[in-house]
Design a protein around this ligand. Structure first.
Ligand code: GAR
Length: 216
């Protein structure tokens, strides 16, 4: 079976990266991580990749202030050099520009720790708590030129508890992130995701949103 080559872009600790690596190693995900790229030199993600013999590259953004497109051209070149077919943003804390999107049209996924379109941007678990919503969760979506706006592939719902803190909520959301990101990559790898306008349909799919709703 063809194993899709993915490139993972990271900035930090890389627990989503680790979940993808673990699922590949358990043969649950027909993929191969061709390269992990970080904009941060000391990201723990790079270490995680190296421990699994995955090429790990730091591409510094120093000197690219106001030249985000030029930086993204470096990312695109590194991804293309490694023959990446699908790009996965996993805690990559930079806004992507059209330069990268045009190099990988409909081939970039992102995981976001809220139920989009609610709470785009940063510090969103705190924003959900502050707003007083009763449910939050996480979203895997295709990346388009907006901020967290692309077509949604999978969401998981996480109830907010009265005694939740930003940390406790983030932790429970993260557990769901680790499941749905691999699931979305799997569907993509099987060629089963069809984008129709804003909607992403799963071809021949038994899954629907309900499968991922509440996972106590
Ligand atoms: C995850 O919660 C991910 O959803 C979030 O950063 C965290 C990275 O954790 N991403 C964003 O907020 C993107 N705007 P990880 O490094 O342990 O995977």
């Amino acid at each position: 079976m063809h194993r899709i080559k993915i490139g993972v872009l990271v900035s930090g600790r890389g627990s989503n990266l680790q979940a993808i690596i673990d699922n590949i190693e358990k043969s649950l995900l027909p993929a191969k991580i061709a390269v992990v790229i970080s904009d941060q030199p000391d990201a723990y993600s790079l270490e995680r990749a190296r421990k699994h013999n995955i090429p790990a590259v730091h591409i510094s953004a120093k000197g690219y202030k106001g030249k985000r497109g030029e930086y993204d051209a470096l990312l695109a070149a590194e991804l293309q050099k490694n023959r990446v077919e699908l790009v996965c943003l996993a805690g990559f804390m930079r806004v992507i520009t059209p330069t990268l999107i045009k190099a990988f049209p409909n081939r970039i996924l992102n995981i976001h720790p809220a139920l989009l379109p609610a709470f785009p941007g940063l510090h969103v678990q705190k924003a959900a708590l502050d707003h007083g919503v009763k449910f939050s969760g996480c979203t895997v979506h295709f990346v388009d030129e907006g901020m967290d706006t692309g077509p949604i592939i999978i969401q998981a719902v996480v109830p907010i508890l009265d005694n939740d803190t930003e940390d406790s909520l983030s932790e429970r959301i993260l557990r769901q992130e680790h499941k749905i990101y691999s699931r979305a990559i799997h569907l993509y790898a099987e060629g089963r995701l069809k984008i129709e306008g804003r909607r992403v349909l799963v071809i021949d799919g038994k899954i629907n949103a309900a499968e991922f709703l509440l996972n106590p």
